[in-house]
Design a protein around this ligand. Sequence first.
Ligand code: R1P
Length: 303
Amino acid sequence: MKNANFPMDAEGHTYHVGLKRGEVCNRILTVGDPERAKRLAELLDEGAPRFVRETNRGFLTITGRYHGVPVSIIAIGMGMAMMDFMLREVRAVVDGPMCVVRIGTCGSIADAEVGDIIVPEASAAVVRNFDAFADLSHAGSTAAVPSDEDCYTLSSLFEGDAEVTAALRKSLGSRVGAEHVVSGVNVTADTFYAAQGRVDPCFVDRNTGHIERIQQRYPNAVSLEMENFALFHLARCAAPLPTGQSSIRAGAAMIAVFQRKKNESLSKADLAVLETKAGSAVLDVLASSLTDEEALLHDASTS
Ligand code: R1P
């Protein structure tokens, strides 16, 4: 490791995701759960060359082909930091335009039922405001006591790629029925519990009315999860290609495993079936002409 700014080993493998040029391609299906990645890898072409790398930092990459088109499936674990590691380290070793789609799970906070698939057009971030918890007693303090509204920071919206999003909705609709594909705004929280409005008597979280506040700020908010914002945000911030065109197109499909209003959840068996259906639909989009290098370049230049 020579470069402390962007560490790589002597062969050019990135520090955490463990990939060097040629081991990962520019069409990426990313998931949280490594078992989901392995299940989706069963959809890849049998007999085609396959590369597999699992790292001690919790990343699993499977590169193969889908209908002859090179695709990488990457499991990243949970949280925005893991999405950041994956996107930056993959971007460093892949040339040209990339298309990255996440298949995740989420909680529905609006009308989507468990088992519906949410394809968000945009994502916001909700992050705990640590300073608001600095002095919990406020005894003897002359500073104003933070209100519950001050305890979480709600970002502006970052959009996914409109064409990829439209293609995902169509492709998913053909697999699970258009009535089970839901549009709207996704909200990415920095934690599963407090920042998603779950009440935990063991900690001070100041999150009563949290989901209502989220819905007030984003009237189209439909889901809560933990990674999608990092994908949409970093895709927007990715350095342009030498041609000046945008270099990462991003989209997401999230299976609702919790219905927060009804307090319902999806069974693991039903989730596994939906993961495979969603996987086929997303791989169809990733392998379509929409993601051909020339199409990516052309579309980016006209968007
Ligand atoms: C929490 O249980 C995890 O599930 C959701 C959340 O975003 C978080 O990562 O997504 P995945 O199923 O893709 O991990």
